[in-house]
Write a new protein. Structure first.
Length: 216
């Protein structure tokens, strides 16, 4: 089974066991003991799934979950935590977690849950509108069957717009979700939109005074 999994777990022995168990099933896996290392890796490569501990030495897994679901909505997330109370599970699910596994957990059960999540991801990793097709897993885009060369931010911007088809997205929303800017005065977004249009993608329309909307 193909797929890439990131594990955020400060207990090195647990992280190592999960990594070993998943790799034995043919799943690519990387384990990180801190939020800082996890985020650095996330900036280099987007995984298909993230396993997130809650209590960490330099942060909180729920905050990481919120950021992932905001900036990388296609990444599936499973929480790993000793916090087994119902309220804690509800909070994680409300923030977008796809599943919740309480510690101590059985490795076989965890592997099965990861496999199920990866199957769901595989079924939702291709976005298609008309002649435009975007593959999240391979980070590839084709228009009328011809591949388009996009940089990372162009790809993330297009994917976010396609995922929110028909919804008016404000400039602040796009700048925050794609670049992490807050109330920034910049032409970065406009330049990227112009670049996508120059490549022949005509689905992104301007909503004057507000932002942009992806249409069929």
């Amino acid at each position: 089974m193909k797929g890439c999994v990131y594990v955020l777990e400060d207990d090195v022995s647990i992280g190592g066991l999960v990594k070993f168990s998943l790799e034995r099933e043919g799943i690519e896996c990387f384990a990180f003991p801190s939020v800082k290392e996890f985020k650095n890796a996330l900036g280099e490569k987007t995984p298909d799934l993230a396993l997130l501990d809650v209590m960490l030495p330099d942060g909180n897994g729920l905050d990481v979950l919120k950021e992932i679901k905001s900036r990388y909505p296609t990444v599936s997330c499973i929480m790993l935590s000793a916090l087994g109370q119902e309220a804690d599970k509800v909070r994680g699910l409300d923030l977008g977690a796809d599943d919740y596994v309480a510690k101590p957990f059985g490795v076989m059960e965890l592997v099965a849950r990861v496999k199920a999540a990866l199957r769901r991801v595989a079924g939702n990793n291709v976005l298609s509108v008309g002649d435009l097709e975007l593959n999240v897993s391979t980070m590839s885009v084709t228009l009328k069957g011809k591949p388009l060369e996009l940089n990372r931010k162009e790809f993330e911007l297009l994917a976010y717009c396609m995922k929110n088809e028909g919804i008016v997205l404000s400039r602040n929303t796009l700048l925050t979700e794609i670049w992490g800017y807050v109330d920034a005065e910049t032409r970065t977004l406009d330049n990227h939109i112009a670049r996508l249009r120059k490549l022949g993608i005509e689905n992104i329309e301007t909503v004057f005074g507000v932002g942009y909307r992806f249409k069929k």
